[in-house]
Design a protein. Structure first.
Length: 183
């Protein structure tokens, strides 16, 4: 993977979020994948790059966030499927069995998706981070039922239980949902 590390800073202020993105980009040669407001009035900054650079940028971002920091995540060895999804791509494919994982924070969703994708032969089909969903994180998995169950378990194990809003598994989605589960 060309960009092995991911970093996310979630803040409670849109204005401060722009300052955070600026501080991160000025501190180290990272790539900003996302920097924008998310509901309800938060701001998210998602960066990628080499491990040391993302680590430096994260330190600068957290310092710039100060008291507005909601959550943060540093993944030094992110699963290769995450950067495209974090840039807004989806991974359309027919869905065998599925899981929908919903968290209170964006960082918790990305952490769970990373663990799920590394734990079993599943595909992270889609990811929605904050926008239009009250600042939550949601991602969908597809794969064989046994792999989905293992991936869900791995995702639950890495995220604090209070941050998980819900996880649903559908063993065999209806034909109308096999190509698009949520959006």
């Amino acid at each position: 993977m060309a960009e092995p590390a991911l970093g996310i800073v979630e803040v409670s202020s849109i204005a401060r979020g722009v300052v955070v993105a600026d501080a991160m980009a000025k501190k180290a040669p990272i790539r900003i994948l996302q920097s924008h407001p998310v509901s309800p009035g938060k701001h998210i900054v998602v960066v990628s790059g080499e491990v040391a650079e993302v680590d430096e940028a994260m330190q600068a971002g957290v310092a710039a966030a100060g008291a507005t920091l909601v959550d943060r995540l540093f993944l030094p060895a992110a699963h290769e499927s995450l950067p495209p999804l974090l840039r807004g791509a989806s991974n359309p494919q027919p869905i065998d069995s599925a899981a929908i994982f919903e968290t209170h924070t964006i960082c918790a969703a990305v952490l769970a998706a990373d663990a799920a994708a590394k734990a079993a032969e599943v595909t992270v089909v889609e990811m929605r981070l904050g926008q239009g969903i009250g600042g939550k994180g949601v991602f969908m998995l597809s794969g064989r039922l046994d792999a989905i169950e293992a991936a869900v378990l791995a995702g639950r194990e890495v995220v604090e239980a209070a941050l998980v809003m819900g996880v649903e598994v559908i063993a065999s989605p209806h034909e109308d949902l096999r190509h698009r589960l949520v959006w």
